[in-house]
Design a protein around this ligand. Structure first.
Ligand SMILES: [Mg+2]
Length: 227
């Protein structure tokens, strides 16, 4: 039986924090160009502020540097979203994509369309998978946990859900919508959700510590067992 392997993007194939830092660097340079603020301290401030949570970071830091306005915040957000990120795949993801190359591979990711697209280009993933599904292209209602893009993969490959393996890191939304339909679910215990324990229906059927655990033997086992 042929496996179709589908990956999540953020914190599954690469470290999402590296994207955030890369975006902050672009914003810091923008602050220097626009208001002659020193880029390096601005960057350090943005990174430090990140520890306090993701909301309103640009508001707070622009206020600190005395250049706050709603328009300026919007501009920072736009620079952040449009920047060409400097990010790279986890070494284990690189290995995985290499040995899995003969398989039909896909990506299903939520998030801002432009941001996710830029990440996919920067990581060179467009050439390495059959298609990257950015769920928001199909409307917010088809974002995870919706199985919409997973059914599209079944259609495209003419396979049943039991042949489709989803590898992802966020138990809040990655598995709960597709597991009951018979898709195979593998949770990778890394990133910000690695210690998150939720009730059984949110959990993946299988768990691995990193993509080094995604061996041919493991894949076979997933394929042969009940979801
Ligand atoms: Mg993720």
């Amino acid at each position: 039986m042929m496996a179709v392997v589908v990956f999540d993007l953020d914190d599954t194939l690469y470290d999402e924090l590296t994207y955030v830092r890369s975006g902050f660097r672009a914003v810091a340079q923008f602050l220097q160009r626009s208001w002659n603020l020193p880029a390096e301290p601005c960057y350090q401030r943005l990174v430090m502020r990140l520890a306090g949570g993701r909301g309103s970071i640009f508001d707070d830091v622009l206020q600190e540097f005395g250049v706050y306005s709603r328009k300026n915040v919007r501009q920072c957000l736009s620079v952040y979203r449009r920047h060409q990120p400097e990010i790279c795949l986890f070494p284990a993801a690189e290995d995985c994509l290499r040995w899995l190359a003969p398989f039909p591979l896909y990506i299903v990711t939520d998030g801002n369309k432009l941001v996710q697209h830029n990440k996919i280009i920067a990581l060179g993933l467009k050439e390495r998978v059959r298609h990257c599904y950015i769920t928001h292209r199909y409307g917010i209602k088809n974002a995870k946990p919706s199985p919409y893009c997973f059914w599209k993969i079944c259609e495209r490959e003419q396979v049943d859900p039991g042949q489709v393996i989803y590898v992802a890191d966020n138990p809040r939304k990655d598995f709960v919508g597709i597991k009951p339909l018979g898709f195979k679910t593998v949770r990778i215990l890394q990133g910000q959700y690695k210690d998150l324990v939720l009730e059984e229906r949110f959990e993946a059927r299988w768990r691995i510590q990193s993509l080094t655990g995604l061996t041919p033997e493991f894949l076979q086992q997933v394929l042969e067992n009940e979801p």
